[in-house]
Write a protein that binds this ligand. Structure first.
Ligand code: CP
Ligand code: NVA
Length: 304
């Protein structure tokens, strides 16, 4: 059985810290333009059932920098779009490629693909979680704030895949996390149940964004409308979410040295204002760059 990275829980705290050490090294080597071709001759198949800019480009460029190659398959342009099963797709891809990255809707789809794959499968976002993103976010926090254990991390906005992954990461790495979502847009009940079952008292869930942000050292947000949720009710949603906008008023409640993160793409003027996004506390574009370095460490860990 190959080792997969399907959910946030697939790597232990110890593995995550080792992965970050390797990420630092890979980032340094890349910045110095020194070759580090640890995946020479290997191929990553990328299956996209949703759009992407960062995930697509960072995985493809990452494989290239590691001496390998990546190829892109979309639902429409592959036989997945005509009903070939995830299991058969995995069986076939496993005969050609050395690893698969998939972006999809229900988590079950990637679990099915992985169940029939004889090569490692990496989750590049599902409706439930975004594990590569959250490792990148934490790496970025450690780069800029020195550690994760002593931070007060806040996520303000929709109770979506990013919120879920932050909760899982806080459970694994045991840092203080506050999640503020509007009523009716809370995180998934299964994620909440897990927090309760594990008695994770360092994770605080509220509907009050101001209470959550007070004294925070890391502030995150994400789009109010995730991929696949577009359509009816968007206007009403934007009204309900207004108090959760990351703007200068909300930032004034945080620690003066707080940093701001956003996985992107951002909807400027909705979940985050231009002045915060482009301001001195924003680490958002460093965060986007770090997708490349962190994922190279993940690719090496699973495919070397
Ligand atoms: N953050 C992120 O996953 O971006 P893309 O949707 O552009 O891949
Ligand atoms: N929550 C967002 C994240 C995009 C990277 C979405 O699923 O669309």
């Amino acid at each position: 059985m190959p080792r997969h990275f399907l959910t946030d829980f697939d790597f232990s705290a110890d593995e995550i810290h080792k992965l970050f050490e390797r990420t630092h090294w890979l980032k340094r080597e890349q910045k110095a333009r020194r070759p580090h071709r640890s995946l020479e001759g290997k191929t990553l198949g990328m299956v996209f059932e949703k759009s992407s800019t960062r995930t697509r480009v960072s995985f493809e460029v990452g494989m290239y920098q590691l001496g390998g190659h990546a190829l892109n398959l979309t639902t429409q342009a592959s036989q997945l779009g005509r009903g070939e099963t995830y299991e058969d797709t995995a069986r076939v891809l496993s005969r050609y490629v050395d690893g698969i990255m998939m972006r999809t809707f229900e988590q079950e789809r990637i679990e099915r693909l992985a169940s029939a794959s004889s090569v490692p499968v990496i989750n590049g976002l599902s409706d439930l979680v975004h594990p590569c993103q959250i490792l990148t976010d934490i790496f970025t926090v450690i780069e800029h704030q020195k550690d994760i254990r002593n931070q007060k991390v806040v996520y303000v906005g929709d109770g979506n895949n990013i919120a879920h992954s932050w909760i899982h990461a806080a459970m694994i790495l045991e840092f203080e996390l506050r999640i503020a979502t509007p009523k009716g847009f809370e995180v998934h009940s299964s994620v909440l149940e897990n927090v309760k079952k594990k008695n994770a008292s360092h994770i605080f869930i509220t509907n009050d964004p101001r209470e959550a942000v007070r004294g925070a050292t890391v502030i995150n947000t994400d789009t109010w409308v995730s991929m696949g949720q577009e359509g009816a009710g968007e206007a009403e949603k934007k009204r309900v979410f207004q108090p959760y906008q990351v703007n200068v008023n909300l930032m004034a409640l945080a620690d003066k040295k707080a940093i701001v993160l956003h996985c992107l793409p951002a909807h400027r003027g909705e979940e985050i204002t231009d002045d915060v996004m482009d301001g001195a506390q924003s680490r958002i574009f460093d965060q986007a760059e770090n997708r490349l370095h962190v994922q190279k460490a993940i690719l090496e860990k699973l495919m070397m």
